[in-house]
Design a protein around this ligand. Sequence first.
Ligand code: C2O
Ligand code: CU
Length: 489
Amino acid sequence: MPSSPLVTRRRMLAGSGLAVVAAALPPRRTHAASGDTGPDGFRIIRARPGAVKLRGPELSATPIWGYDGTVPGPLLRVKRGQEVKVRLVNDLSEPTVVHWHGLRLPNAMDGVPHLTQEPIAPGRSFDYRFVAPDAGTFWYHTHFRSSGQLGRGLYGALIVDEPEPVAVDRDVLLVLDDWRLSEAGAIDEASFGSAHDAAHAGRLGQYLTVNSLDTLDIPVRTNERLRLRLINAANARVMALRLDRHRAKIMAIDGQPSEPFDARDGRVTLGPGARTDLIVAATLEGGAKAPFVLEYGRGQELLVARLVYDAGPPLRPAPLGPPQPLPPNPLPERMDFVGAFRFEVPMDGGAMSAMMMGGMMGRGMMGPGAAPGAGGIDPRAGLFWALAGRSSTGHDGAPLFQVKRGRTVVLNLPNRTAFPHAMHIHGHHFRLLDRLDDGWKPYWLDTVLIQREQSARIAFVADNPGKWLIHCHMIEHMETGMAAWFEVT
Ligand code: C2O
Ligand code: CU
């Protein structure tokens, strides 16, 4: 992958590090600073084509689809308990919707085509309006023909600020994506809908960006405390990241505060859709540079960003001590495991699976007249995966299960395929249970990465009425069968 000069700081959330912690916090704004707000207080966002210099400033721009024609789309920022009011205008040539990933919002605002709303036709608009119940790092993205629409750039970040400022000197957003580009820098559109990609790891790009930049320089001063907000916006790539020479604490996962714990050796892994908030003590000497890299393949790495230390004197004589946990969000405090609704949600199919290969070979490689394979997997119909024994793209068919509001739900998610999957649940955050039902990990998730032949058990309180998706966030898996919905009544 080519690398170009490391210049831009324009996506930085905060200004220069100031001497006083409180004064150095980023300004709090309602919604974004740019763009129109209608007289009724709705922030108008247009889904439309645009062009972005993904490969650095000196190479030609790539035609994309983006919110307000940019990637990432406008940064939306509210305080916890405030309303998000967005009027999405569709200036694309095909329908679209916006999903608010990780937001525990009313079902009608969830942005799932046919399940919670009709797709927004070209030239039409839809008003999204909901209270942001939790502080944290979230994102919004298309949920319609997602491989192509998300792959072309229809996503943005939504930051919900804590009720009281968090004691950090600098707050930096890093939205990571991979792009499949031609030599000329155009998005490889011919590969959208590729059956090969869908039946394997999903559509992976070869060109990595952070905030749509080739690389990002993050200016710091010695003894600053940084908050890094990482979002994996890629269609399918699992990102293993490493920050060298620094102590990094994981403070929040998928938007929700965790018990702070060390990112071992500065490493964090994000499946598609996932977020991690880190607090980093910037303890190197003035003038130092520390790489933040993506680890991939066999021992290869790629520069994503750098901490670039100011040559001047330290911000303060010594680094601050370990950070306090972030203030809790109003999540359910207990779960009723005795009365829980328990359900098996195995993942099946994909390349190298008996189900798919058997089906394909038994009828001469998708020949006409062949019956669908087990679980509805039918490569001929473009369905390669199954969830809980059925192959669906989400909104169709009957619910996987129905539960009464307030019930605890325990799902067992065995991955019986040859690929990892990032299972995501709408409208709820869940706990990852320890193996013997005797405890859970000290964090909440909305997306769990499950390696091949591993399983995960998760629990949540079904406290949000409506129809909710559960699907793999490897978008091409979702669109070829690994999706379903459940209903909270
Ligand atoms: Cu990021 Cu169904 O969502
Ligand atoms: Cu998957």
